[in-house]
Design a protein around this ligand. Sequence first.
Ligand code: SAM
Ligand code: SF4
Length: 399
Amino acid sequence: MNEADSDEMFLHLSARGAVRTDNLDEADAVLINTCTVRDHAEHRALSFLGRLCKWKRQNPKRIIIFAGCAAERLGKQLKKRYPYLNILSGAKSIEQFDQTLAKSGLFSPAGQPAAQQTGLFAYVTIMRGCNFNCTYCIVPSVRGPIKCLPAADILADAARKVKAGAKEIMLLGQTVNAYQDGSTTFADLLNRVSDIPGVERVRFTSPHPIYFTPQFLAAVKDNPKIAHHVHLPVQSGSTKVLQEMKRGYTREIFLEKVHALQTAGFEISTDIIVGFPTETEDDFALTLSLVDEAKFIAAYCFKYSPRQGTPAAQLKLHDEQTLEDRLDILLNKVKDLAETAYQRQVGTTQQVLMEEPHKGKSSTNFWVQTGLDFRPGSVVSCKIEKAEGTLLFARNEHD
Ligand code: SAM
Ligand code: SF4
């Protein structure tokens, strides 16, 4: 999501003549777009900002822009701590970034933004903010409540990106499947994006389990352009912890949703938090057993990080050793998920979007090596012959 926001901010900079560089020495301006979901992310952004002091001293005309969620959370105190910071632009004001640049007086007046260039993949933001209040999460306070973008704007944005070369569109939002614009539901939007000429595949992230209904599945499961992979964060396998996190579902409901998705041909990956303050050894054991039951293809695992102002931050923390131990045990369990999932694909037929002449990604998000060369951007039907580690090998006609 931050990458998509960074691209959007860059368009406003490009309208003022900016071009991108990865080389700090030749840059006139630096845009730091930050995350504050965990303390570590915020810390990295701040330590980079600290290191820029020397860069700025070498040429005081250089410009530093600090944007995004950490900018929103820390606000004006940053200007006191880092007086060389020029522009502060919090996550809630991303839509006003153009005005923020104009008001700063540091850039020339805006002209036309540079022509958008995309590779085979492009992000399209469909909603901002979040209406949930998961007790560990800082997102609602730094991003504000849900705002769904108009469907017509989303379709126009996707069409523009397809014209610029994209074949796969990733729709983005914190609870992306809660999307609604008038009578347009999330399923309608997915189907309409997939109908744009030139779109080969549509993905989305992050959905919330409670919005996966049988009606949703019925509306999308037979559309071959909608990727059959869903990243569905569970956070914990214990119903008690899920309630304390205010996730809005139980272990059983989550597993029901997963099985319904899997029956409809979708593969699932997830996010898990270990060491939530009230998580006991028994709760943690339930998370481990859920990983076995759910047959995820991947799981991203995080140590609980207290975020100031969230309800869970009031609770007594586990000691660091307990967090480390639980994370190690979980990581050890999830490390083989991908390889096991790859083995399960042998004998199946997969639709592969080619990224290189002989390698691409299946709709279910597995890497596939083809027997013949194909044009990048084309979709090829592949019969999977074998799996080695995290690569599937396909036999294609004339092989
Ligand atoms: N909206 C998505 C959902 O409801 O699952 C998740 C968005 S959150 C920005 C991305 C991931 O960060 C979450 O799935 C969660 O696992 C993790 N996360 C959020 N807050 C956290 C915290 N305080 N400590 C550790 N991990 C956290
Ligand atoms: Fe955070 Fe996701 Fe919960 Fe919203 S739904 S509060 S973004 S974890």
